[in-house]
Design a protein around this ligand. Structure first.
Ligand SMILES: [Fe+2]
Length: 261
């Protein structure tokens, strides 16, 4: 029998007499709070209290923690514009491999001014997210090296991070058509052919310490320079074209106007 209300208890007190007085007094004291439910055992008239269920005022909170891994989607027009910049780089043949860790045959520097002009609107979106995540405003973003990776079957990027910058990034202009099927047929428990794996140190209990993505054309990731990442090889035909860029950022400004250069 469940009782919830002072009036009901007062009636019971009259019926049961003083034997239950201490329980009744306890109940009357506790009933100042709205949410107590007291169960009463009919036999013997004794009452047994369940643990009170307090009102919970919100749904709980969690805190942004660790590196900001930002992802946004490029428009088809911007994808094409970036492809054009990469095609120009192929003619110029500015080999960038000596600065990189990739086991990739074709990694070329591209024009950073043209690149920056195209990605500027996305960096402005990044600024808003940066403010939400870190509680600070970005004042200035300066593009450093920008390069294109033409990754073919058997090639890969071992775990690495980017130096001489504050932020790094990668975006995708082309994914081999057969890569999706190759992933479906992949049996292992690893992160799958052509995937990118971001990781923070080693595994920790109850930590989300890694994110794995099977990139799609137009995916654009921005992340802190020290966030380790690696790319798995694949076996299918075609070229996985990605553009990486490093950025330096200035101290936080007092206003929200972002300067991008
Ligand atoms: Fe990288």
């Amino acid at each position: 029998m469940l009782i919830n209300g002072v009036e009901t208890m007062a009636i019971l007190f009259l019926k049961k007499g003083r034997r239950n007085e201490q329980y009744i007094y306890s109940y009357l004291y506790l009933s100042r709070f709205d949410d107590f439910i007291i169960s009463l055992h009919a036999t013997g008239g004794s009452m047994k209290k369940n643990r009170p269920q307090a009102k919970i005022k919100d749904n709980g909170l969690f805190y942004y923690w660790g590196p900001l891994l930002f992802r946004i989607t490029l428009s088809p027009e911007d994808i094409q514009a970036l492809k054009n910049v990469c095609n120009e780089a192929r003619l110029e043949k500015k080999d960038h491999r000596k600065e990189l860790v990739g086991i990739i045959k074709e990694e070329l520097l591209i024009n950073s001014e043209k690149y920056t002009e195209i990605v500027k609107p996305y960096l402005e979106k990044y600024q808003m997210t940066y403010q939400n995540f870190y509680g600070k405003k970005l004042k200035h973003i300066q593009t450093g090296y920008v390069w294109v990776n033409y990754m073919k079957k058997g090639e890969f990027n071992p775990p690495h991070n980017h130096i001489d910058c504050n932020l790094s990034s990668v975006l995708y202009l082309e994914i081999p058509p057969g890569l999706e099927k190759e992933n479906e047929e992949f049996i292992g428990r690893g992160f799958g052919p052509g995937s990118i794996h971001f990781m923070i140190a080693g595994p920790q209990p109850l930590y989300n310490n890694s994110y794995i993505f099977k990139p799609k054309v137009g995916d654009f990731f921005i992340f802190p320079w020290c966030l380790t990442h690696t790319v798995a090889p694949f076996k299918c035909k075609g070229t996985r074209i990605s553009v990486a860029a490093n950025f330096t950022i200035s101290e936080m400004g007092k206003d929200g106007n972002l300067e991008i250069a």
